[in-house]
Structure formats: C-alpha cells, structure tokens
Ligand binder design. Structure first.
Ligand code: 13P
Length: 254
C-alpha cells in the first residue's frame, strides 16, 4: 500500500509574521476534516512560535528551516534544537542546498545538526541533490551516495525511521526547470537502495523520499504518480495559499 503523500512548503525567507500567521490560519481552516495528505510548512524562525500556536492540534506539521548543532553557546545569530522544539516544531529541514551552497555548510556540520535535532525529538528532513555540472558529468549517483554516507554517519536504524529525505536537484530549484518525473523517480530509487544497504529494506521502504525543485500545481500530480516519489518539498509555489492548496489537492487524488 502506498504511503499518504507528504507535502511540505518551504517558505524560505518569505512571509512576515503577520502574513505567516494569516496563511497558517487559512491553511488550517481549508484542511480541517481532510486527512488524505500529510502536510506541513516551514516558516522563518521568528514566526515559529505564533504559527505553532495556530497549528496546534491541527495535524499540520511545522518545520524550522535550519538548526544549529550545539545546544547553546556563543553562536551569535544561530538557533538551537531545543529552542526550535519549544516553538512546536515537529520537523526541521537540514542540509538544504541553499544552506550548503550559499552559507557553506559541510556534510560534517549537517551530520552534527541531524544529531542535535534527533536528540530533542525533531524529525529531520534531510535535503540532498546534485548540481547541474555534476549531473552533466554523470556524477549524480556519486554525489548522492556521498552526501548520504557523510550526512548519515553514526545514525542508527531506529533513528532513520524518523527521517524524511528530500531529493532536490540544485539545478531545478527556483529555476522553473523541474526534473522529469521519471528522472526524479530514478534518483529516488537509487536513494532507497543506498538506505536499504545501510538500514535494510524494511526501513528504507518506510522512509519518505520527497522531491523538491520547481514543484507546482501543474506538475504535482505527475510527479506524485511515480512509485518512488512519496511527497513534495515545495518552495516558490508554497508561499501563495491558493497554489499550495492546489498541490495538496493534486496529492489527494491519486
Ligand atoms: P522551488 O520550489 O522554488 O524550486 O524550491 C524548492 C526548494 O528548494 C524547496 O526546499
């Protein structure tokens, strides 16, 4: 039996506190009584607490977009896992390509962040994906394999159950270029095979693997029709309520 699709909106640096709260209230109202799709949003740090209150009891997940690896300390401008957890977050994005490529996050740092998140019961959504030149050079699998190896170092099978992996080819993010559904499915299948090698087939089969990169209402249905695509991590199309709801609707009609 297929899993319920998991649709998460990564707002990135969009929507102010007021806008985010209004969005969350409307989302909650629109989805009330519907449970065919698991869904969530990733607001900015400053909106988490208030949006957490709006979403309480709704079943809609809330994820932070990032977290620091240390529990506390002299890290000006950073936010720790216990701080994120207290706002009501259920999940946290870790290793988003914008964090890796704009802010220079390494796989070792990402691995430490994952451990920090797990230690307080936050479920990691680990983002991985190749850049355009890596795909063109035929190195997609090599890149994915290494990211998984380094990011998941020391992660046990019982912890892996808490994970979502988001495959986000960097060349498809914010570019309007979506990976072809079959292309994405192929990489998802490869990701699952790597997880199966390390954690066994059962756990690998249960891990959610989302696709991200210019996912929108027009392509959501097609992407989700692929057997290995368990959900979508949506950027640009998640910051307008109407388009986010259209994606959720597409996901609820398999
Ligand atoms: P876009 O949907 O805007 O391409 O962003 C994808 C993404 O980075 C989600 O995390």
């Amino acid at each position: 039996m297929r899993k319920k699709p998991l649709i998460i909106g990564n707002w990135k640096m969009n929507l102010t506190l007021k806008e985010g709260v209004a969005f969350a209230q409307s989302l909650r109202d629109s989805l009330s009584g519907k449970n065919e799709v698991l869904c969530g949003i990733c607001p900015s740090f400053v909106s988490l607490r208030d949006i957490g209150k709006v979403l309480e009891g709704s079943g809609i997940y809330m994820a932070a977009q990032n977290v620091h690896s240390s529990e506390n300390g002299a890290y000006t401008g950073e936010v720790s896992a216990p701080m994120v957890k207290e706002t009501g977050c259920t999940h946290v994005l870790i290793g988003h390509s914008e964090r890796r490529n704009i802010f220079g996050e390494t796989d070792a740092f990402i691995n430490a962040k994952i451990k920090a998140a797990l230690s307080v019961g936050l479920k990691p959504i680990l983002c991985i994906g190749e850049k355009l030149n890596e795909r063109e050079d035929g190195r997609t699998e090599y890149v994915i394999k290494n990211q998984l190896k380094d990011d998941l170092q020391g992660i046990r099978a019982d912890e892996m159950k808490e994970f979502t992996i988001a495959y986000e080819p960097v060349w498809a993010i914010g570019t309007g270029k979506t990976a072809l559904p079959e292309q994405a499915n192929e990489v998802h299948s490869f990701i699952r095979s790597i997880l199966a090698e390390k954690y066994g087939k059962y756990i690998a089969g249960n891990v959610y693997i989302q696709y991200g990169g210019s996912a929108k209402p027009e392509n959501a249905y097609e992407l989700l029709a692929q057997p290995e695509i368990d959900g979508l991590l949506v950027g640009g199309a998640s910051i307008k309520l109407e388009s986010f709801l259209h994606i959720i609707e597409a996901a609820s009609n398999p």
